[in-house]
Design a protein around this ligand. Structure first.
Ligand code: NAD
Length: 246
């Protein structure tokens, strides 16, 4: 049997990148996975790619959709909050709209999801939450990641506060902090600089391992934290960055 045999999981923003990889990794380990995203096309290809994955569209910015998701899924064993958006810019390049949107998608969405599922976990006496943060947060100051870094530090703080309140109730919650991961949105950001190759080699040159992470490498950390192997692990931040933040 797989490491997540008999467990159910829900993943937000699972259409591409790390969320998609984590959904596949968890399904391969025997979990029944609900993969959600706003991109219905991406979800279709995901369900076709891997057995054990069911999908539905979920916009994590919308409270009514989050409530409907909780109704539909019931009380899953695992929630992986993966949603998040990278706003590129310094303080002076961050307007209020960018600030509010970043906090809504990167932080408040996690809050909405956790709150929707918490009553079920409390009633059952267990539940596992994995929150997507980033090494660009309270861990490391990164240029042009002003509001992004603020949101990801908020995810870490929220995760620790949640663990302080709910560990005694059987709920585990951890945050993961990747460095630079090869993903569709990263490719778009590199292209948006106007010189894809130069931007890519600049990203890689700041990596001590001389490469970015593969999304599956983050997916396997999610599997570990979701599994009973991590039964004694809570309230922590897991940096997985190939040595970027050393
Ligand atoms: P990505 O940015 O390529 O994909 C994001 C996904 O989110 C897309 O499938 C998109 O359709 C979905 N999405 C957008 N708005 C949504 C909404 N309102 N509701 C639900 N889904 C929505 O994926 P990625 O780069 O792997 O990033 C995923 C997470 O990992 C983010 O939180 C990001 O901040 C974090 N992260 C990424 C890296 C990296 O280098 N890629 C590093 C550290 C942390």
């Amino acid at each position: 049997a797989g490491r997540l045999h008999g467990k159910t999981a829900i993943v937000t923003s699972a259409g591409q990148g790390i969320g998609r990889a984590a959904a596949i990794c968890m399904a391969k380990e025997g979990a029944k996975v609900w993969a959600t995203d706003i991109n219905a096309e991406a979800l279709k290809t995901l369900a076709a790619e891997q057995a054990g994955i069911e999908t539905f569209t979920l916009d994590v910015l919308k409270q009514d959709e989050v409530d409907a998701a909780a109704k539909r899924v019931g009380t899953p064993d695992i929630l992986f909050n993966c949603s998040g958006y990278v706003h590129a810019g310094t303080l002076m390049e961050t307007d209020e709209k960018a600030w509010d949107f970043s906090f809504d998608l990167n932080v408040k969405a996690h809050y909405r999801m956790m709150k929707a599922f918490m009553p079920g976990w409390l009633a059952r006496g267990n539940g596992v939450i994995i929150n997507m943060a980033s090494a660009a947060s309270s861990i490391k100051g990164v240029p042009n990641r002003f509001v992004y870094g603020a949101t990801k530090a908020a995810v870490i703080g929220m995760t620790k506060a949640l663990a302080a309140d709910y560990t005694s109730k059987g709920i585990r919650v951890n945050a993961i902090c990747p460095g630079t991961v090869d993903s569709p949105s990263l490719t778009e950001r590199l292209k948006a600089t106007g010189d894809y190759e130069a931007a890519k080699s600049a990203f890689i040159s700041r990596q001590p391992m001389g490469r970015m992470a593969r999304a599956e490498e983050i997916g396997m950390l999610v599997v570990y934290l979701a599994s009973d192997e991590a039964a004694f692990v809570t309230g922590q931040t897991f940096v997985i960055d190939g040595g970027w933040s050393i």
